[in-house]
Design a protein around this ligand. Structure first.
Ligand SMILES: Nc1ncnc2c1ncn2[C@@H]1O[C@H](COP(=O)(O)OP(=O)(O)OP(=O)(O)O)[C@@H](O)[C@H]1O
Ligand SMILES: [Mg+2]
Length: 247
C-alpha cells in the first residue's frame, strides 16, 4: 500500500479508499498482500485510453464471441460505426501453448496485447491491396476495425461458388505476395458482403518468407478447397491452387 501511495503521489488514506473501490468493481484483485490488475481492469485501461484519444465514444452491442476474442460494435467520435475486437488469448491456456509456444512464458496481458498488435501489423500491411478490414487503432488488447456488413462464408449460400472461390484464392494470392500468410483461414474467417470477399482474423499470420510459410499456406488452402468440395462439389486440385497463388 505504501508503495502504491508513493507511486501515485497520494496519501495512504486516499490510496486505501481507491484500492477498495477498484477491488469492489473487480478491476483489481488482492490476496491481502499483493494487488494485481484483473482482466476487467485491463479492459477499462484500454477503453479509457481509446476514449481519451477520441476513438471510442460509446460501445454498442456485442456482435461476436470468438474463441479468443469479444467483438463489439462501437460508435467513434467521427460518428462512424466500427468494430472493437478485444483479444482474450490469455484465457485459453492450452491453445496458447499449442499455437504460440514462444509466447507462453509471458503474462496474459502481454499475450493478448501482442495479438492485437500482430493483427494491426498484418492489416496495415495488407489493407491497400487485399480485401481486409481497415485497421483504425489499437491500445493494449483492443483493436478497432472497419465494420464489414457481411456474413460469414459458413452461413452464406453462394449462387456462383466458382466465382467466389476464385475471388478468395485471389485475395490469398495477393496477401502471399504482400509477404503474409493468414495461418487460420477457414469458412469462419471469411466474410461475404454482396460480391465482396473479406478475409478477417489475422493475429496468427506468418511472413511468406518464414520456413513454415509453405506448410501453413497449404493448410489454409486445403481448408478452403475442402470446404468448397464439401458444400458445392467444386472440383479443385490443391496443387493447382497452390501454384496459382505462388506464381
Ligand atoms: N471487421 C469486422 N466487421 C464485421 N464483423 C466482424 C469483423 N471482425 C470480426 N467480426 C465478427 O466477429 C467474429 C469473430 O471475429 P474474429 O474471427 O476476428 O475473432 P476470433 O476470436 O478469432 O474468432 P474465432 O476464434 O472464433 O475464429 C467474426 O466471425 C465476425 O462475425
Ligand atoms: Mg475467427
Amino acid at each position: 500500500m505504501e508503495d502504491i501511495a508513493a507511486f501515485s503521489h497520494s496519501s495512504l488514506k486516499k490510496t486505501d479508499y481507491h484500492i477498495k473501490k477498484l477491488a469492489k468493481f473487480d478491476l483489481i484483485r488482492s490476496n491481502g498482500v499483493k494487488y494485481t490488475l484483473s482482466y476487467y481492469g485491463f479492459d477499462i485501461l484500454a477503453l479509457n485510453a481509446m476514449y481519451k484519444k477520441k476513438i471510442i465514444r460509446s460501445i454498442g452491442d456485442q456482435i461476436g464471441y470468438g474463441k479468443e476474442s469479444d467483438i463489439y460494435e462501437i460508435l467513434a467520435f467521427n460518428d462512424k460505426t466500427y468494430i472493437l475486437k478485444i483479444h482474450r488469448e490469455g484465457f485459453s491456456f492450452k491453445k496458447v501453448l499449442n499455437n504460440r509456444p514462444n509466447m507462453y512464458k509471458r503474462n496474459w496481458f502481454n499475450i493478448s496485447t501482442k495479438s492485437a498488435l500482430r493483427e494491426k501489423e498484418a492489416l496495415s500491411r495488407l489493407y491497400s491491396s487485399v480485401s481486409v478490414p481497415k485497421p483504425i487503432a489499437t491500445n493494449r488488447h483492443f483493436i478497432v476495425l472497419e465494420k464489414i456488413d457481411g456474413t460469414m462464408l459458413k452461413y452464406t449460400y453462394l449462387e456462383d461458388p466458382e466465382w467466389f472461390f476464385e475471388g478468395i484464392i485471389n485475395e490469398i494470392r495477393k496477401s502471399y505476395h504482400c509477404g503474409i500468410v493468414h495461418g487460420d483461414l477457414s469458412e469462419y474467417n471469411i466474410l461475404i458482403d454482396g460480391d465482396r470477399v473479406v478475409l478477417i482474423d489475422w493475429p496468427q499470420f506468418i511472413y511468406s518468407k518464414e520456413d513454415m510459410a509453405d506448410k501453413i499456406l497449404t493448410r489454409d488452402i486445403k481448408k478452403i478447397v475442402y470446404y468448397f468440395i464439401r458444400k458445392y462439389s467444386l472440383n479443385k486440385e490443391i496443387n493447382d491452387v497452390l501454384k496459382k497463388i505462388k506464381d
